[in-house]
Design a protein around this ligand. Structure first.
Ligand SMILES: Nc1nc2c(ncn2[C@@H]2O[C@H](COP(=O)(O)OP(=O)(O)OP(=O)(O)O)[C@@H](O)[C@H]2O)c(=O)[nH]1
Ligand SMILES: [Mg+2]
Length: 301
């Protein structure tokens, strides 16, 4: 029997390049929430993949971003940076050749890594100018000593087996960090709240998602095995509350239904979900409020 190997793998990059999609598809299970809008992931989420003797522990991180200096934004960047500490491999993700100042932030952080950095070029399925790829990677490789450059499509699952083979080849001999059947470090409560946030981000306009947080108020299983979950959705202003609730409650209902269906799939149990909306001005810039919501880097399980 060969020895056990285990690697901690950070997935970093600017918002919206497909980090969470990649982690979900590498795990073969939806864990991290995803959306077309940037800044969907707000804190680190571990995803564990154990295959034979090799365990890969992925850390999905919030996208590194510039501007919008609220306390929450600062925490998101801090959380992304802290994921880089003590990992065995770093995956630096980008969206084709669309390089921005925020990619520069991520590149600068990745360049400081002691261990190998793999440059993963995502969304290959959308690439219209394949000729641009080589000069792009050559220019960047001059600036960061990439261990490997891997073009993939996380969404279409292209290049993922090559990526996994690469990661397995870099996994050091080490005991597994998690039992074989564990796939994350987060609780059901956490994912329940994340799924509600995902539906808000996906169903509502561009502004609202950034001003929204979801807090679990109650979470209990009754004797019939039904999970009763109550959640509070925090918004910054009363106008946002109106939008979230929608015409005679339609929007909130549709968010609730979509989230409940996903929860039932994820937990394998029937769920009764109740949602309330509350205005709490300035929550995203209030450190204490962020701690209560589990959005500081220490908590959030
Ligand atoms: N066409 C295409 N779309 C992709 C691919 N990978 C991700 N996407 C889409 O890109 C969008 C962003 O994906 P996410 O996985 O949420 O991106 P992220 O990097 O985690 O974003 P943040 O959490 O905001 O930092 C979603 O609409 C995904 O469906 C891909 O390979 N091809
Ligand atoms: Mg994400």
């Amino acid at each position: 029997m060969s020895e056990k190997r285990c690697a901690l793998v950070a997935i970093v990059g600017r918002p919206n390049v497909g980090k969470s999609t990649l982690m979900n598809h590498l795990l073969g299970q939806k864990l991290s929430i995803t959306s077309r809008k940037p800044q969907t992931t707000r804190q680190q989420i571990l995803g564990v993949r154990t295959s034979g003797n090799v365990q890969l522990v992925f850390i999905d991180t919030p996208g590194m971003h510039t501007g919008q200096a609220s306390a929450m934004n600062r925490m998101m960047n801090k959380s992304a940076l802290s994921a880089l500490m003590d990992v065995d491999v770093t995956l630096l993700l980008c969206d084709r050749t669309r390089w921005t100042d925020e990619d520069e932030l991520a590149l600068a952080a990745a360049s400081k890594q002691k261990g190998p950095v793999a440059f993963v070029i995502n969304k290959l399925d959308l690439l219209t100018e394949p000729d641009a790829l080589l000069p792009f990677t050559t220019a960047l490789s001059d600036r960061c000593n990439f261990d490997v450059v891997l073009p993939i499509s996380a969404l279409r699952r292209q290049g993922l087996s090559e990526l996994l083979a690469y990661l397995e080849s870099r996994a050091p001999v080490a005991p597994h960090l998690f039992p074989e059947d564990q796939i994350t470090d987060k609780s059901q409560r956490f994912f329940a709240a994340e799924l509600v946030r995902e539906k808000i981000v996906r169903q509502l306009g561009d502004e609202l998602p950034y001003s929204t947080a979801v807090e679990v108020e109650s979470f209990a299983e009754n004797s019939n095995g039904v999970l009763h979950i109550g959640m509070l959705i925090l918004v910054e202003r009363s106008g946002q509350k109106k939008i979230l609730i929608g015409e005679s409650g339609d929007r909130l209902k549709s968010i609730g239904t979509a989230a409940r269906k996903d929860m039932e799939r994820m937990f394998g149990q029937k769920v009764m979900l109740k949602l309330w909306v509350k205005v709490k001005a300035g929550w995203s810039d209030d450190l204490r409020a962020l701690k209560t919501l589990g959005l500081d880097s220490q908590s959030g399980t």
